[in-house]
Write a protein of this length. Structure first.
Length: 340
């Protein structure tokens, strides 16, 4: 045994395969490939198998769709806050705009969901970006407060002017062809959003976004228009939110002022804190935890807010980094024996 210990030593698995940066690896065996792919496959397979596992529980299959709706919002919030430096509380605005545009296209023009969803996503994101454009010079709590005003203002305007169905909303929308189409569409959107944004933030445009977040004046001094990049960041987050809203309108087969609700602004923030800000995947994990808890506590009414407060307080005090950051650090500390 002493000879074996002299000829071999322990080394962290990631140190043996990382090359200069976190995103570049030099793999030499299937064990190393498995080490890199395992966390990603757990997420992908877990989401893809969830509808099948929940077949016997139709109610929780619908909750899975809601998890994906909140996950899209949380991914957008995480991206804006931790990569662009804009803390947006306007999740309800994105959901409401996307839902109403999809509802109007379907009810007034008879367009099917596979047309209304992409059109409402892009048109709604463009509209939300234009609405928030004058607010882009603001930062920190100022941008957060202003962005929260829009989802609070929109329902009052709809009520006062009695437009878009007023307080009754727009009813009789077409649903998705089946529950399976609905669930796998939502899951596919979440997976594409996570991995597309993770790839984007490591590219050159991602470096500019981080520069805008850390020191926007230095970026501006380099000849880069920071307003353009902030608007692009808002547009990306709005695309995710409006996509969620458009899908939600066809899931409920209805669009109304409740889709501007504060839940769509608060739960994504809580999910990002719980899952781990700046990881994108952490926002999804946070939604997987918080949305089912919210459903279990639905009978308790506003008491759910107290539960959110306790969960957030616990994570901020004891695990401020979030679940994903903690788990990633522990995973990267795995060791293996290597020849000396």
């Amino acid at each position: 045994m002493s000879v074996v210990k002299q000829d071999r030593r322990k080394e962290r698995v990631d140190r043996g395969i990382k090359v200069r940066t976190d995103g570049v690896y030099a793999v030499s065996s299937w064990a190393e490939i498995t080490y890199l792919l395992l966390p990603r496959m757990v997420l992908i397979l877990g989401l893809l198998l969830a509808p099948v596992v929940l077949t016997a529980f139709p109610y929780w299959q619908r909750v899975l769709s809601h998890i994906c709706v909140y996950a899209l919002l949380a991914i957008g919030f995480d991206f804006l806050a931790n990569f662009v430096g804009l803390v947006s509380l306007g999740g309800g605005l994105y959901i409401g705009v996307g839902a109403y545009i999809a509802a109007l296209l379907n009810s007034h023009y008879g367009l099917p969901p596979y047309v209304t969803v992409p059109v409402a996503t892009l048109a709604g994101a463009g509209l939300c970006t234009v609405i928030l454009l004058p607010c882009l010079p603001l930062r920190g709590v100022y941008f957060a407060i202003v962005s929260l005003m829009f989802p609070l203002l929109a329902p009052r305007i709809i009520e006062a002017l009695d437009i878009f169905g007023g307080t009754d909303g727009i009813v009789g929308l077409d649903g998705f062809p089946s529950g399976w189409v609905e669930q796998y569409l939502m899951i596919g959107c979440v997976l594409i959003a996570v991995f597309a944004l993770r790839r984007m933030v490591t590219e050159d445009v991602g470096l500019v976004f981080r520069g805008v977040k850390d020191n926007d004046q230095a970026v501006k001094a380099s000849g880069i228009d920071i307003t353009t990049y902030k608007a692009l960041g808002v547009f990306i987050a709005a695309v995710l939110g409006c996509l969620a809203g458009a899908c939600l309108a066809h899931i409920y087969m209805w669009a109304g002022i409740s889709q501007f609700g504060l839940d769509y602004s608060i739960i994504p923030i809580a999910a990002t804190v719980v899952g781990g800000g700046g990881t994108l995947i952490g926002a999804v994990i946070g939604c997987v935890i918080l949305v089912p808890i919210s459903e279990l506590l639905r009978d308790f009414g506003t008491l759910r807010i107290a539960v959110y407060a306790l969960i957030l307080t616990g994570f901020i005090v004891y695990k401020s980094e979030g679940i994903m950051t903690y788990v990633t650090r522990k995973y990267e500390q795995f060791e293996r024996w290597v020849e000396i």
